[in-house]
Design a protein around this ligand. Structure first.
Ligand SMILES: *Cc1c(COP(=O)(O)O)cnc(C)c1O
Length: 399
C-alpha cells in the first residue's frame, strides 16, 4: 500500500477505483453533498449531535464481547464479537442512516429516499425518517418484497412508502437504479441515503466515515482489555460497509490482517454466488468503478446468496483497492457453511446471528483452531438473525 496516501483522492478515487459516473444533473448534487459533508465533519455541533443520537437512540457503544465458549470449543485463537446486532433496528445500518439524515437536515431537505434489498437498510432509513420527521420513500425489488415481508411491514409501520420495482432481476440492483432515477428528478428537496460504501463519490467515503464508529470502538476496547491490537479482523462483504467500518480505523496498523468474507452461495465454480472480489472484473455500476460480476459481454450477472444482504453484484471501490494492494484478503463461504456458522453461534453463545455475518463466523471457526491460543480475532457481528428465521427453518429441522 502506498505510504499514507490519502484515500479517496480529490476526485473520489481509491487507486484506480471509485469516481463519479453519473448524469450531468447529479454532478451538482454530488458536489453540494461533498461540500456540506466536508463542513459537517469538521463542525463540533454536527459531530456532537451525531454522537448524541448514536448513544441515546442507537444504543452505542455496542459491546466487544469475548466469545468464551466458542473459543474453548475451537481450541485456538481468542474470538471476540463486535455486537452490531445490538444496535437499534438490529444491524449496523443505523450508524449510516443517522449520519446521512442529520446531513439531510443540515441541507434543508424535506424528503429522504433509499434502496433496499433485504429490507435492513430500508428499515434503518424509515426509522430515521420517522424520528426526524422526513417524508420517506424506499425502493425495493418485487422479488425482495416477497422474500422479506416482515421488513416491508416494519417500514410501513414507521410511515415510509415502499415502492415496488418490477424491472430486471427485481432485486437490489434494480431498486438502486430506480432510487438514482428518483434523485435525478427530485434533487432539490430530496436526499438519497445510499446504504453501503458504493455509488459515486462522496458516498463510499461518507458511508465509511459514518460506519467507522464500529472500528473505533473495537480498537479502543481491545486495547483496554487485551492491551494489544488484534491479529485478524473478519467481516462479511456485501456492498462492504460493515467491513470497511471495522477495518478503516486499523488501516495504518500494518500487522492487523483484514479478511473480507464474500457469499460463495452454491459454490464459487457455480454461477450461483455473489463473490464480486474473488470472481469479478473491473466495471462501472451505480456511478462508480469497482469490481463487478459481469458476463463476457459486460452484462451485470445474476447473483445469489442465502443472505439477501450479500446478494449484490458490485462492491465498494475501497475494497477493490484493498484487494489490488493486498491490504485485505477476500475469501468465499457457501450458503451451507454460513448455515453451519449460524447454528454454531446460536448453540455456543446464545446469540442468533443474521445470515450475513454467519459467513464471517464460519470463516473464523475454520481458521481459529489453526492459530495459537494467544492470537486474537475480532468478528464483526453485523446484525441479528430474527429476520432470517423463515429462511433458516427450511434448512435446519428439529424432531
Ligand atoms: C446489509 C447488511 C450487510 C451487508 O452490507 P455491507 O454494506 O457489506 O455491510 C451485512 N450484514 C447485515 C446484517 C446487513 O444488514
Amino acid at each position: 500500500m502506498p505510504k499514507d496516501r490519502k484515500t479517496p483522492d480529490k476526485r473520489g478515487y481509491f487507486g484506480a477505483f471509485g469516481g463519479k459516473f453519473v448524469p450531468e444533473t447529479l454532478m451538482c448534487a454530488l458536489e453540494a453533498l461533498e461540500h456540506e459533508l466536508t463542513k459537517a465533519l469538521k463542525d463540533g455541533k454536527f459531530l456532537s449531535d451525531l454522537n448524541y443520537y448514536l448513544k441515546y437512540y442507537a444504543g452505542r457503544p455496542t459491546p466487544l464481547y469475548f466469545a468464551k465458549r466458542l473459543t474453548e470449543k475451537l481450541k485456538g485463537a481468542k474470538i471476540y464479537l463486535k455486537r452490531e446486532d445490538l444496535a437499534h433496528t438490529g444491524a449496523h445500518k443505523i450508524n449510516n442512516t443517522l449520519g446521512q439524515a442529520l446531513l439531510a437536515k443540515r441541507m434543508g431537505k424535506s424528503r429522504i429516499i433509499a434502496e433496499t434489498g433485504a429490507g435492513q437498510h430500508g428499515v434503518a432509513t424509515a426509522t430515521v425518517g420517522a424520528m426526524f420527521g422526513f417524508k420517506c420513500d424506499v425502493y425495493m425489488g418485487t422479488e425482495d418484497i416477497k422474500r422479506q415481508s416482515l421488513n416491508v411491514y416494519r417500514m410501513k409501520l414507521m410511515g415510509a412508502r415502499v415502492i415496488p420495482v418490477d424491472s430486471g432481476s427485481k432485486t437490489l440492483k434494480d431498486a438502486t437504479n430506480e432510487a438514482i432515477r428518483d434523485w435525478v428528478t427530485n434533487v432539490r428537496d430530496t436526499h438519497y441515503i445510499l446504504g453501503s460504501v458504493v455509488g459515486p463519490h462522496p458516498y463510499p467515503f461518507m458511508v465509511r466515515e459514518f460506519q467507522s464508529v464500529i472500528g473505533k470502538e473495537a480498537r479502543e476496547e481491545i486495547l483496554r482489555v487485551e492491551k494489544r491490537l488484534p491479529d485478524f479482523l473478519i467481516a462479511c462483504v456485501g456492498g462492504g460497509s460493515n467491513s470497511i467500518g471495522l477495518f478503516h480505523p486499523f488501516a495504518k496498523d500494518k500487522k492487523v490482517r483484514f479478511i473480507g468474507v464474500e457469499a460463495a452461495g452454491g459454490g464459487l465454480s457455480s454461477k450461483k454466488h455473489a463473490a464480486t472480489l474473488i470472481k469479478g472484473k473491473t466495471g462501472v455500476l451505480h456511478g462508480s468503478k469497482s469490481y463487478l460480476l459481469q458476463d463476457k459481454d459486460g452484462q451485470v450477472s445474476m447473483v445469489h446468496s442465502i443472505s439477501a444482504g450479500l446478494d449484490y453484484p458490485g462492491v465498494g471501490p475501497e475494497h477493490s483497492y484493498y484487494k489490488e494492494t493486498g491490504r485485505a484478503s477476500y475469501v468465499g463461504v457457501s450458503d451451507r457453511d454460513a448455515l453451519f456458522g449460524f447454528k454454531l453461534l446460536s448453540e455456543c453463545e446464545g446469540i442468533i446471528p443474521a445470515l450475513e455475518p454467519s459467513h464471517a463466523v464460519y470463516y473464523a471457526s475454520k481458521i481459529a483452531p489453526r492459530l495459537a491460543m494467544n492470537k486474537i480475532i475480532i468478528v464483526n457481528l453485523s446484525g441479528r438473525g430474527d429476520k432470517d428465521i423463515d429462511i433458516v427453518k427450511e434448512h435446519i429441522r428439529f424432531k
